[in-house]
Design a protein. Structure first.
Length: 291
């Protein structure tokens, strides 16, 4: 099949990691890398890869709408609020990697098939991509969950300016995603930046308050979702649990990055770029069938 052309808005770490993953995809190819500064590290990286670059940002796409069919927005939540209506008007499938909540919240293993019918999907947050699949899987086998809390611990080294600027959006967006995909009305999300050296891997601890759960069903559900996640995020691993203690199901998920553009400890970035590319590939496969 012919590869579907994609554009990347944002030339930072996430944009560059997306680029590497896209260029090895059997379904996608990057036709334009859009930013503001041709001398930036990301722009120079893309240029060395032979990718078409521009410092006109989204204006380049406005001038030439045929550059791509899919647009990854790896800028900021505030920037995507401006970009989203422009992309919609042009008929582009927008994949938002910021916590803007403009489009439909998307977790590929949970609702990817529904999301590729939308015009704009939101990849929630790194913590959301790491924990929502597990929480959703458990909510499918037990129905009396009272409360869910997640704590995402990431290396301070892997938290760039965009991550730090969007801390409030992270907690709120992750909380909303947990509630949306679990049916629970009471949830909380916490992010912790750990400055330790050497840098730690991303760890996510999930706490689910529930009375007398069927732990055999829970264990099977968690094992199944771990295998599904590993199909596109190799470093995704349940490293502790599920265990039931003091009225809580407790599970710890570790995410090791693939080491494409970023260090392997940057699993928090890798999981969101991997998830974004996964949904783009699902969209490309659907388009091929339609055509």
């Amino acid at each position: 099949m012919n590869k579907l052309k994609v554009g990347i808005l944002g030339t930072g770490n996430i944009g560059c990691d997306l680029l590497v993953k896209i260029q090895r995809s059997p379904y996608l190819e990057c036709s334009i890398f859009m930013g503001r500064n041709l001398e930036s590290k990301g722009m120079m990286f893309a240029n060395k890869m032979g990718i078409n670059i521009t410092d006109k940002s989204i204006d380049a796409l406005i001038e030439n709408p045929n550059l791509c069919d899919i647009v990854f927005d790896a800028t900021t939540a505030s920037a995507h609020l401006k970009n989203a209506p422009i992309l919609k008007q042009m008929g582009k499938f927008a994949i938002d990697l910021t916590p803007s909540l403009v489009g439909k919240m998307c977790v590929p293993t949970v609702n990817g098939a529904e999301c590729i019918k939308e015009s704009n999907v939101n990849m929630i947050t790194c913590g959301g991509q790491a924990t929502v699949p597990v929480i959703h899987a458990i909510s499918e086998v037990i129905n009396n969950i009272e409360y869910v809390e997640i704590a995402a611990v990431i290396s301070s080294n892997s938290a760039g300016a965009g991550t730090r600027a969007n801390i409030d959006e992270f907690t709120q967006t992750t909380k909303m995603a947990i509630e949306e995909f679990s049916g629970v009305d009471n949830a909380k999300a916490i992010i912790i930046l750990n400055p330790s050296e050497p840098p730690i891997m991303m760890h996510n601890t999930i706490y689910i308050k529930v009375n007398n759960p069927d732990m055999n069903a829970v264990e099977l559900a968690v094992k199944n979702i771990e295998q599904k996640m590993q199909s596109y995020i190799k470093g995704y691993k349940i490293i502790n649990g599920p265990v039931y203690q003091n009225g809580m199901i407790i599970i710890m998920v570790q995410v090791e990055g693939n080491g494409d553009y970023l260090p392997k400890y940057s699993g928090n970035l890798d999981i969101i770029t991997s998830s974004a590319v996964k949904v783009a590939e699902m969209y490309a496969q659907r388009e091929a069938l339609v055509c």
